[in-house]
Design a protein around this ligand. Structure first.
Ligand SMILES: [Zn+2]
Length: 143
């Protein structure tokens, strides 16, 4: 099951704060998938809103917004957390979206773009350090 968080509002105006976009019906935030530490797929993100369960860069992964502040200053979850990203299910969702001609672009953090195998896919992009962290959700932008 794919879960979604914020998408748009009925009056169809951009942006829809606190988002830098959204509001016109062409963007939606989709939850990434998670597994428990013993590898059990979780049916939903481990936070009430679906946002905030960040999958931090691993040692050696790029960390591009260090010292930038803003959304990227949100602390990583502790290493002792009971969940982690489900790479396989998240990559499958990303692949499905990237192949869909109606999808214009998908935002994800650089370390996950590389880790999930999309390093050379121009449709899968980094939103920049001024945007929200996209290591807890995928932002999907439709044409
Ligand atoms: Zn979004």
């Amino acid at each position: 099951m794919v879960r979604y968080m914020e998408a748009s509002w009925p009056r169809a105006t951009r942006p829809m704060p606190p988002h830098l976009s959204h509001g016109d019906g062409r963007q939606i935030d989709l939850a990434v998938f998670y597994v428990s530490r013993d590898g059990r797929p979780l049916g939903r993100p481990p936070t009430a809103s679906g946002y905030g369960a960040f999958e931090p860069p691993r040692a050696g992964d790029p960390r591009v917004c260090t010292g930038h502040g803003g959304h990227h200053a949100a602390p990583d979850p502790p290493p002792s957390r009971r969940w982690t990203l489900d790479d396989s299910r998240t990559a499958t969702l990303l692949r499905t979206l990237a192949r869909d001609a109606r999808v214009r672009r998908i935002f994800i953090e650089p370390h996950l773009k590389a880790r999930l195998g999309f390093a050379r896919n121009g449709k899968v992009r980094f939103a920049g350090c001024g945007a929200a962290r996209h290591d807890d959700h995928l932002h999907v932008d439709f044409r």
